[in-house]
Design a protein around this ligand. Structure first.
Ligand code: WQD
Length: 338
């Protein structure tokens, strides 16, 4: 099937591109490269061995999106295109509401106009805010603690309203926990702009010598070693979750919302130690104050995804750190050195 990947040149989009191609689909990338690099297209060609179809344009341009869906006879859409920095969303909320919600509305109108009504939506564990307990199941209360998380939560509500209005819509909502790692080839991976706000890319940049040390944001949380605990999931496992979601939507025609996580929580210090072990490099750390908005623990109960999708994450924390390290070693400056 021809599958449209909005934001398909990004970190999770590019890994999902490979998983879809390996499953026999024809992925079509739609990306404006505002937060991704066109060099990734050549890497996707190297990995897949097939010419990459990519349309350079903005998700907010509805007529452009409609034209792409028609021209490629798109059967379903996986929607990645969104801004995703929590900090940036606090300082520039209108850009986030415009791009993430305006872009979603534009996509849905284009899909409706072309009767392409099968969608996989990239949501986030951020919709759970500060969870009342862990592990988190899909029926937990949703709340938002920043404009980025608010756009994900409102996006989910918009999709729910759409399904009530027109049951022809088949929608899979995937709540990602913490995607990390890279394709084992080391050709594609996470390429943050400037100073990484996320833990894993920062740790690998310290390991490769690009940064002097890691600031550990808080070591007095109520956790075994005092540092924050998260549900890190290998981006290749996450990509396979999208292929499984697509298959279920096509086969059953029923909508669903599932957590995509491993069901295991690892602390900041666990990640540092695992990276040191797989890389053979030291990762110096400095204890620092807590980061505003951070929660102590956030990890999933992934059993619904297992039951509905027949999917579960297979890769270990060491796999995640080893693949992240290989990408970092081969690409010390990400794609920008291409
Ligand atoms: C993980 C842990 C930090 C950096 C992420 C994304 C956000 C959203 C939700 C997509 C925490 C600690 C981090 C550092 C540190 N993703 N840390 N030093 O906070 O769970 O949020 O998931 O929807 O975009 O940010 O992940 O990687 O930022 O932090 O000590 O330099 O690492 O305090 O405990 P988080 P993270």
């Amino acid at each position: 099937m021809n599958i449209l990947l909005t934001g398909g040149a990004g970190y999770i989009g590019s890994h999902t591109y490979i998983a879809l191609a390996e499953a026999g689909h024809t992925p079509v990338i739609l990306d404006n490269f505002s937060s991704s690099h066109s060099a990734v297209l050549d890497r996707l060609l190297q990995i897949s061995g097939k010419q990459v179809i990519c349309e350079d344009g903005d998700i907010c341009d509805r007529s452009f999106v409609e034209d792409v869906i028609k021209r490629y006879q798109v059967s379903a859409v996986i929607h990645f295109a969104a801004f995703k920095s929590v900090g940036e969303s606090v300082s520039n909320p209108l850009a986030y509401y415009h791009n993430n919600l305006g872009g979603l509305i534009s996509l849905l109108e284009a899909m409706d106009a072309t009767k392409c009504r099968t969608l996989v939506y990239s949501s986030s564990a951020t919709v759970y805010g500060d969870p009342v307990s862990v592990p988190i199941t899909e029926d937990f209360p949703r709340m938002h603690t920043n404009p980025y998380g608010h756009t994900k939560l409102v996006g989910e509500d918009m999709l729910a309203a759409l399904r009530v209005a027109n049951p022809d819509w088949c929608i899979g909502v995937l709540r990602y926990f913490n995607p990390v790692g890279a394709h084992p080839s080391g050709l594609i991976g996470e390429d943050p702009n400037g100073v990484p706000s996320n833990l894993m890319p920062y740790v690998t940049q310290v390991a490769v010598g690009k940064r002097a040390h890691l600031n550990v944001f808080g070591n007095n949380y109520p956790t075994p070693d005092g540092t924050g605990i998260r549900d890190y999931i290998h981006v290749v496992d996450l990509a396979e979750g999208h292929v499984a979601a697509l298959r279920v939507l096509q086969e059953r025609g029923e909508s669903f919302t599932v957590n995509l996580g491993t069901g295991k929580g690892y602390s900041v210090l666990d990640v540092v130690r695992a990276t040191e072990q797989v890389s053979g490099q030291l990762v110096p750390i400095r204890m620092a104050h807590r980061r505003p908005g951070d929660v102590a623990e956030c990890w999933s109960d992934p059993s619904s995804a297992q039951k509905i999708l027949g999917w579960c994450a297979k890769k270990s924390l060491n796999d995640m750190c080893a693949d992240a390290w290989r990408w970092q070693q081969h690409n010390p400056n990400g794609y920008s050195s291409c």
